[in-house]
Ligand binder design. Structure first.
Ligand code: ADP
Length: 483
């Protein structure tokens, strides 16, 4: 046999996929998570900038408009003083207050920018200033530079413009509030998306891992005793795909080796059985004194030879039977068989063996049994194997109950003994090929094929076979056959 120890297989088209799937998922998750964080950060920054700008501009406007109002009043007072006292210095004060007014007005109008829309009213005030105030001159003899009413109109205009400004600020604050709500929504959406991504990721990755794993588990379960090589079908092109391909290769090789072994055993058994029969016949002829008288001592050794030959033929019979069952060469004639007759036949065959150990065989045949469909010889073989074991392993003077009963459209056979039972922990192994419990291995005959053959026959009939174990109190074997 050739053993490929470190042979590295190349599977064309297969790429490592689990790592890629996990990294893609992780990348998406990180992108959504950090994307949301960046959007929120930008939003908050924008809101802070806007509110800072609004507060700054608002303070500046109210400062400048107050200064404008004060300049207007100062201009009016100095006009009155000039006209009353005629001193030139009041004219200078008037001019200086006008310059202040002009500068403040310019300052306010200059605040208008793409980032901040100034109220239109300030443009009106500026137009008014150019039309009426810019060129106003103080006259000693003339009237006041501006009438009471005009002055009040100016002051009212300034107050209204300031109010309008405050209104705009209020609107801007409302916008900021709406924007913060929007940001909260975006944050929640991002969070929801991340959670969805994580859940989806878990589902996708676990599905892509679980499906091939389940297929592999199924393959591993049917591997022992399977007639054809157990193959795992998977479309996975990742590491699991590689594992499945490696498993299929291993399964194919195992099957090939198993077939080789079966063929070898079958031909060996066949080749050995014929000379064995001749030897047995010769021994019998000598024992029956056909060839001359045989003394007591010679007879004793001839008996030993006869039973050893019988044992070896038995072993080869089992091996041959098994290999025929496995390769399906065995032809089974399916007929309707009476289950009660089968247990009676099996008991009749085995009574002499049971009597030798003073074991009682109790038959519990069901009334009006339905016929089971199957090969009579094969089902009888199953019964002989199981009842034979019960007799073999039971203590002297034991009892064996053999029953038939109805079981959901099938007939159930039960063989219960009160022998030693199966050693604990070995129950799952008893139907395996060549299994023999460690306790009896050294002092009892057997090859560990009887139960394996029985299972193959029962499954061939689409039935089920199982065992209930009661260590030290015996065990019960069951099998069902369809009616
Ligand atoms: P064999 O009887 O040739 O050893 P089997 O396949 O019939 O092979 O049985 C396998 C093993 O199962 C036996 O060697 C024995 O250890 C165990 N076994 C089977 N039937 C019984 C039983 N009725 N009581 C106790 N052990 C049993």
């Amino acid at each position: 046999m050739e053993i490929h120890k470190d042979k590295k297989h190349k599977w064309p088209g297969l790429k490592p996929g689990i790592t890629r799937k996990l990294s893609t998922l992780f990348l998406f998750f990180i992108l959504i998570f950090y994307g949301t964080l960046v959007v929120l950060f930008l939003d908050v920054q924008q809101m802070m900038k806007t509110s800072e700008q609004i507060v700054g501009v608002n303070n500046r406007i109210s400062e400048l408009s107050t200064s404008m109002q004060e300049s207007l009043l100062s201009m009016d007072v100095n006009d009155k003083k000039y006209r009353l006292l005629g001193k030139e210095m009041y004219r200078d004060y008037f001019e200086s207050a006008r310059t202040d007014f002009e500068a403040a007005l310019k300052g306010i109008v200059g605040l208008d920018s793409p980032g901040y829309r100034l109220s239109k009213r300030w443009n009106g005030i500026q137009r008014n200033y150019v039309a009426h105030l810019k060129d106003a001159r103080l006259e000693l003899q003339g009237g006041a530079w501006a009438g009471e009413e005009t002055l009040n109109g100016w002051i009212r205009d300034l107050a209204e413009a300031r109010l309008e400004n405050e209104k705009e600020i209020e609107n801007a604050l409302i916008t900021i509030n709406a924007r913060s709500k929007e940001s909260l929504k975006k944050g929640l959406l991002g969070l929801g998306l991340s959670v969805l991504m994580a859940v989806l990721g878990v589902v996708v990755v676990s599905r892509s891992m679980l499906t091939p794993l389940k297929a592999l588990t199924r393959g591993v379960k049917i591997l022992p005793g399977n007639k054809t090589a157990a193959m795992v079908e998977t479309n996975a092109r990742d590491e699991f795909g590689e594992l499945a391909a490696a498993f299929n290769e291993m399964s194919r090789q195992l099957k090939e080796e198993e077939d080789l072994r079966s063929d070898f055993i079958a031909s060996l058994s066949h080749e050995i059985r014929t000379p064995l029969s001749s030897i047995r016949e010769s021994v019998n002829m000598i024992m029956e004194e056909v060839l001359g008288p045989v003394n007591q001592k010679q007879r004793k050794f001839l008996h030993i030879a006869d039973s050893e030959i019988a044992r070896i033929s038995d072993l080869f019979d089992h091996l041959l039977h098994l290999s025929r069952l496995e390769s399906r060469v065995q032809q089974v004639r399916f007929l309707a068989v009476d289950p009660n007759r089968l247990i009676r036949d099996a008991a009749d065959i085995l009574v002499p063996k049971a009597e030798k150990k003073e074991i009682r065989l109790n038959l519990h045949a069901m009334a009006e049994p339905p016929m089971v469909m199957g090969g009579e010889k094969e089902i009888l073989q199953v019964l002989l194997n199981i009842i034979g074991n019960a007799i073999k392993f039971s203590y002297k003077g034991g009892t064996i109950d053999i029953s038939t009963m109805a079981d959901h459209g099938a007939v159930m056979f039960r063989i219960a003994d009160n022998g030693p039972g199966i050693p604990e922990g070995e129950e799952a192994l008893i139907f395996n090929k060549y299994y023999r419990s460690r306790e009896i291995r050294n002092h009892m005959d057997g090859v560990g094929l009887g139960l394996n053959i029985s299972r193959k026959i029962v499954e061939f009939h689409h039935g089920k076979i199982w065992m209930e174990n009661h260590p030290d109190k015996g065990c019960s074997f069951y099998f069902t056959l369809p009616c």
